[in-house]
Design a protein around this ligand. Structure first.
Ligand SMILES: NC(=O)c1ccc[n+]([C@@H]2O[C@H](COP(=O)([O-])OP(=O)(O)OC[C@H]3O[C@@H](n4cnc5c(N)ncnc54)[C@H](OP(=O)(O)O)[C@@H]3O)[C@@H](O)[C@H]2O)c1
Length: 283
C-alpha cells in the first residue's frame, strides 16, 4: 500500500520515512520545498510531492492513489486544525482508507494551544470513517541536542521551567519504529497509543545523567522566562509560535509531561530506549 507522509522533511518526518521504508512500506513524501526532494529520496521515499498542506490542489495530488497517510502536522502551525480537517477530507475524497495521526502526549493539556488543536483533530480523526490509529508521543530526547554545546562546554542544562518538573522523554527512533509497525502490521485500527519513554525524569535528573554520560558534572538551571523569550525572538521566533511555546512552558512548569511506557513497550516488543542509551548513542 502506498502511504502519504506529511511534514516529511521535518525532524519527525525524516525519521518516519526511514523507519517505514525499512519495514517495506512504500512512501510518498509531501515536502514544502523542491530542494528537499533529493534528501527524501535518499531517506527512503519512493515518491516525493512538493506542496503546501494548506493548498487543497496540492493535497489532492499528494493523496491521489494512496491507501492512506501518516499525518504529521508542521510544528506549532497556527492553521493546525484547518490543515488536519483538509487532509482528512482529501483522503476520503481520494478513496484512501487508512490514517495514522501523529498527535501529542496529553492533547487534553489545558493551556498550550497546539495541544488543544491536536485534541480537536483527534476528534475529527475518530469521526472520519477512516481506519485510524492515533499516536501520542512525549517529548523527544533529540530535542535535548540543541543544548549539546552549552552542556559540553559550560556544564549547564537550562530550561524555562522548574528543574523539578518531570517528563517522559522518548527517543524519536522508537516513535518512528512504532509508527512503521502500526502502518505495516494489521490490528491497529481504532487505537490510540500513548508513546512515553521508560522513566519520568526531572531536568535535574537529566543533567545528572548527561553528566554521567560525559564524565563531568552537569547542573540544571531555570532560565528566566523573559531571557528565554528574548533568545527565541533573536533567532526569529515570534507571533503564534512564541505564544504557543510560552503557554507550553507555563504548563510544563506546573505539570511536566509524564506518560506511561506500557503501550509502547507492547508495540515494540521491548522497552523503549532509556535516556542514558540515547546519550551514549548521540556521543
Ligand atoms: N518535538 C517533539 O518533542 C514532539 C513531541 C510530540 C509531538 N510532536 C509533534 O510532531 C509534529 C512534527 O514536529 P517536527 O518537530 O517534526 O516538525 P518540524 O521539524 O518543524 O517539521 C515540519 C515540516 O513541515 C514542513 N511544513 C511547514 N509548514 C508547511 C506547510 N504549510 N505545508 C507543507 N509543509 C510544511 C516544514 O517545512 P520546512 O522544512 O520548509 O520548514 C518541515 O519540513 C508536530 O505536530 C509536533 O507538535 C513533537
Amino acid at each position: 500500500m502506498l502511504i502519504l507522509v506529511t511534514g516529511a522533511a521535518g525532524v519527525t518526518g525524516r525519521a518516519a520515512v526511514r523507519a517505514l521504508a525499512a519495514r517495506g512500506v512504500t512512501v510518498r513524501a509531501l515536502v514544502r520545498r523542491p530542494e528537499q526532494v533529493a534528501q527524501l529520496r535518499t531517506g527512503g521515499a519512493a515518491e516525493v510531492v512538493v506542496g503546501d498542506l494548506r493548498d487543497r490542489a496540492a493535497l489532492r495530488r499528494a493523496a491521489h492513489g494512496t491507501g492512506g497517510a501518516y499525518y504529521i502536522c508542521p510544528q506549532l502551525h497556527p492553521d493546525e486544525e484547518a490543515i488536519g480537517e483538509g487532509l482528512i477530507r482529501t483522503l476520503r475524497e481520494a478513496g484512501a482508507w487508512r490514517l495514522v495521526y501523529h498527535s501529542v502526549l496529553h492533547p487534553q493539556a489545558d493551556g498550550p494551544p497546539h495541544h488543544l488543536m491536536k485534541l480537536h483533530t483527534e476528534r475529527r480523526v475518530i469521526d472520519s470513517g477512516l481506519a485510524y490509529t492515533i499516536l501520542q508521543p512525549a517529548l523527544y530526547m533529540q530535542n535535548l541536542l540543541v543544548q549539546r554545546y552549552d552542556v559540553a562546554t559550560h556544564g549547564v542544562y537550562r530550561v524555562p521551567y522548574s528543574v523539578l518538573a518531570r517528563f517522559s522523554w522518548i527517543d524519536l527512533r522508537d516513535v518512528a519504529e512504532a509508527a512503521a509497525l502500526v502502518l505495516a502490521e494489521p490490528g491497529h485500527d481504532a487505537a490510540t497509543y500513548e508513546m512515553a519513554g521508560p522513566e519520568p525524569l526531572s531536568s535535574a535528573q537529566v543533567a545528572e545523567q548527561w553528566g554521567a554520560a560525559l564524565g563531568r558534572p552537569v547542573r540544571a538551571e531555570t532560565l528566566r522566562r523573559a531571557a528565554w523569550a528574548q533568545e527565541l525572538n533573536r533567532s526569529g521566533v515570534g507571533g503564534y509560535a512564541l505564544d504557543a511555546r510560552a503557554a507550553m512552558m507555563t504548563y510544563y512548569d506546573r505539570h511536566g509531561l509524564v506518560g506511561n511506557p506500557n503501550a509502547l513497550t507492547w508495540l515494540l516488543r521491548r522497552p523503549p530506549r532509556t535516556l542514558m542509551e540515547f546519550l551514549r548513542d548521540a556521543d
